[in-house]
Design a protein around this ligand. Structure first.
Ligand SMILES: [Zn+2]
Length: 283
């Protein structure tokens, strides 16, 4: 490859659909975990057990979506902060930054709304659509700072792994494990969003907004910090924008990994070399 690879602009409906579905699955899993923990009663419905269950389910959901066909298509960002950080690093095009973010928010709302299959319990006081908010003893400024710091740490590790040919395949499990640990550590402090969609989607469905901006400003600031750390520390830039890269799936995000299928079918690329049979003169 003679030139540095670049992300490809344009309308990538299949990738955006995959982000919609993946984020819907993540948010539905989180809401379902909260319903199940509270329905199970003590000790599972207690605060610490419940947070551990939700953290484990969220982490496993991220890994599951990343390995699914949806994740292999879009990269399983499931979070506008992830997409924004990769856009800062030149991995994501402007069009995909917009398309992914809109798809993630719409998917998150759909996933929370799908919690209606659990009946009235999803809206009950104990579950309350899985809305998150900073802990009662945490000011909004401190909560935003925690969200920024924890998101920055998670994304810096994810971006660094994506830049390593050797450790790239650990990205999805690492992202899931880091998310689970961060939720357990910070749920009662900042609310443990680390994702604008995690903050906003339940609020939109419930029509109640107890501190949504903490989960927008904090994680987006964290994404800026993580991308900045990759640059300042001269960490190798991500080879792919996908948590789990499958060379059989086409990439529109910047990709430096060999593919078994063409990276794109764009007509501005040179056609593949033709076989000798093309040079056989017609009789
Ligand atoms: Zn690729």
């Amino acid at each position: 490859m003679s030139t540095a690879p670049r992300p490809r602009g344009g309308w990538h409906w299949s990738a955006w659909g995959a982000e919609f579905g993946g984020t819907a699955a993540l948010m539905f899993a989180v809401a379902t975990a909260k319903v199940a923990a509270i329905a199970a009663g003590p000790p599972y419905s207690g605060l610490r057990f419940r947070i551990a269950i939700i953290g484990a389910v969220a982490g496993l959901a991220v890994v599951g979506v990343a390995l699914s066909p949806w994740g292999r298509r879009s990269g399983a960002h499931l979070n506008p902060a992830v997409t924004f950080g990769l856009w800062r690093l030149g991995v994501v095009s402007h069009a995909d930054l917009a398309g992914y973010s809109i798809a993630q928010l719409a998917g998150g709302v759909a996933g929370i709304a799908a919690g209606r299959v659990w009946g009235g319990r999803i809206a009950g006081g104990a579950v309350d659509w899985a809305i998150i908010a900073p802990g009662p003893s945490t000011g909004t400024g401190a909560a935003t700072a925690w969200e920024a710091a924890a998101t920055a740490l998670q994304l810096a590790v994810v971006f660094a792994l994506l830049g390593s040919e050797r450790y790239r395949s650990w990205t999805a499990p690492a992202a899931g494990a880091l998310l689970a640990v961060a939720i357990v550590a910070l749920a009662t402090v900042s609310g443990a969003g680390f994702n604008p969609v995690r903050g906003l989607a339940p609020d939109i469905v419930a029509g109640s907004y107890p501190g949504w901006w903490v989960f927008v400003v904090g994680p987006m600031l964290g994404a800026v910090l993580a991308a900045g750390a990759v640059r300042v520390l001269r960490i190798a830039s991500p080879l792919t924008g996908k948590l789990w890269h499958d060379p059989r799936f086409r990439c529109w995000l910047r990709c430096a990994i060999p593919h078994t299928t063409p990276k794109s079918k764009s007509s501005d690329e040179a056609p593949p070399p033709v076989g000798t049979e093309a040079e056989v003169p017609a009789r």
